[in-house]
Write a protein that binds this ligand. Structure first.
Ligand SMILES: N[C@@H](CCC(=O)N[C@@H](CS)C(=O)NCC(=O)O)C(=O)O
Length: 231
């Protein structure tokens, strides 16, 4: 059975949702990133990057155990393992990979920096807040344009590109973007949110999510010198 080492953040939720959509049996190993569990040797044996999510599949390619980190790689692996959630026709398949890479290289990192400078940085840095605010708004506009011309990011079919982007794109208003300016994104978010498998994926470890603001101890684990210690 696939083991998912994870935590209920957008990058973890992508994998939870994909597994629920595919109906693959899995177990979850919680990695509390606020408590520093991502630095434990057993997790570092799976991923040298000490970031969730990572998976262990005892029935990987050729029947051998596969360790995999990076949520985009995990989504491609699960889609290829099952032959689902990634279009088979070449043009649609590349469209799917293109939008998945757009999420991995654009939406995830830029929205993450927005969250950092707007919600967690100890000082208010207007330059950084404005830069990432502008970038988030720009990325939403790119999504809006795409979703005004196609029901899903890869085209006609719901795919891993949607699964990767959905947990990050939820709640534009939390990032200073008015949902009324994003009718196509809003329609797409509502359609994905209504899927029972998505609801089940979002429920994974949901009770472990932090309530309220980040403690000093969590801040130190996530942004202090613990991050940069050589291991
Ligand atoms: N590109 C990676 C990013 C993973 C990532 O940043 N995970 C965060 C949670 S969303 C994490 O584990 N943070 C722990 C830390 O910063 O120490 C992926 O998509 O898998």
């Amino acid at each position: 059975m696939i083991e998912v080492w994870s935590w209920p953040t957008p990058n973890g939720q992508k994998v939870h949702i994909a597994l629920e959509e595919l109906g693959l049996p899995y177990t979850v190993v919680p990695v509390n990133i606020g408590k520093g569990e991502q630095f434990r040797p057993e997790f570092l044996a799976i991923t040298p990057n000490h970031r969730i999510p990572a998976i262990v599949d005892p029935e990987g390619p050729g029947g051998a155990t596969l360790h995999l980190f990076e949520s985009g790689a995990i989504l491609i692996y699960l889609a290829e393992k099952t032959g689902r959630l990634m279009p088979a026709a070449p043009a649609a398949r590349y469209a799917c990979l293109q939008w998945l890479m757009f999420q991995m290289g654009g939406v995830g990192p830029m929205f993450g920096q927005y969250n950092h400078f707007h919600n967690y940085a100890p000082e208010k840095l207007p330059y950084a807040m404005e830069r990432y605010g502008n970038e988030v708004a720009r990325l939403y506009r790119v999504l809006e344009k795409r979703l005004a011309e196609a029901p899903y990011l890869a085209g006609a079919e719901y795919s891993i590109a949607d699964i990767a982007t959905f947990p990050w794109a939820r709640g534009p208003e939390k990032r200073g973007v008015d949902p009324a300016t994003l009718p196509a994104v809003s329609r797409w978010l509502a359609a994905i949110e209504a899927r029972p498998a998505v609801q089940r994926g979002l429920a994974v470890l949901a009770e472990r999510r932090r309530q309220g603001s980040m403690s000093e101890a969590e801040r130190d684990v996530l942004f202090g010198k613990t991050q940069f210690t050589q291991r």
